[in-house]
Ligand binder design. Structure first.
Ligand code: SF4
Ligand code: SF4
Length: 234
């Protein structure tokens, strides 16, 4: 699916942009301008007023990897890189040891270090909470990949840009759920609007003991976990 977010009039030829950025840099050096103009923070008309989040219930994940496969297919993710994956962890000690599975993906942080790190503002956070990449603007420098404390970004060898999970923005903009949610066999992944008090994600976040990854970093992740053992909270 092609997303509306790719079709907005912010597109600019990368070389044109670099030329413009070069001019801006030159002006910056001369002390007249201190930063690039802020750009794009638009929200799809279908998602205005919403604030998206995902809840992952570890107790329901059976480790089948259907989410990983559907993500790959939906987003045309190249071989060798992943937007989401399922980690296998062990807890307890013999004879009471057991396995559990921990799905990981971009946390769509409310305060995303990746956005701050991008020198050309190609990566940005929408008002509905989705952290996205303008692939036309991305110069593939990898600063965002280095800045993400969750190691969820990768360099796309086909597009030659950074990439990561977008909560399937192309589906969300049409009122659908991310592919991984719709295909989750165990019903472990729940997606929805935290601004709607009646949504399933709101109910789970307000009534269950949820945790986010690395809360001490202040990134304010919007992927919440139920039942995650601390050994997998990385
Ligand atoms: Fe950015 Fe990483 Fe947070 Fe995703 S998890 S929004 S890539 S800092
Ligand atoms: Fe921005 Fe990341 Fe692309 Fe560099 S690689 S331009 S930091 S989105």
């Amino acid at each position: 699916m092609k997303g509306k977010y790719e079709e907005k009039p912010f597109k600019r030829d990368r070389r044109q942009f670099l030329k413009a950025a070069g001019i801006t840099t030159a002006i910056t050096i001369s002390g007249l301008i201190v930063s690039l103009k802020p750009i794009r923070a638009e929200t799809s008309a279908n998602t205005a007023g919403k604030r998206f989040a995902m809840v992952i219930n570890i107790e329901k994940c059976i480790g089948c990897h259907a989410c990983v496969a559907s993500c790959k297919a939906e987003n045309n993710v190249p071989l060798g890189v992943f937007r989401t994956w399922v980690e296998e962890h062990e807890k307890g000690e013999y004879p009471n040891a057991s396995l559990f599975f921990a799905p990981k993906l971009c946390n769509q942080c409310d305060k995303p270090p990746c956005v701050q790190a991008c020198p050309v503002k190609a990566t940005y956070r929408r008002e509905d909470g989705l952290v996205l990449i303008n692939y036309e603007w991305c110069i593939g420098c990898g600063a965002c990949i280095q800045a993400c404390p969750y190691a969820v970004r990768y360099f796309d060898p086909v597009k030659h840009t950074a990439d990561k999970c977008t909560f399937c923005v192309q589906r969300v903009d049409q009122g659908l759920h991310p592919a991984c949610v719709d295909t989750c066999v165990g019903g472990a992944r729940v997606f929805g609007d935290l601004n709607d008090p009646n949504s399933e994600v709101s109910r789970l976040v307000s009534t269950k003991r949820v945790m986010v990854l690395k809360p001490q970093l202040g990134t304010e992740p919007q992927v919440y976990y139920i039942g995650l053992d601390v050994s997998a909270a990385k």
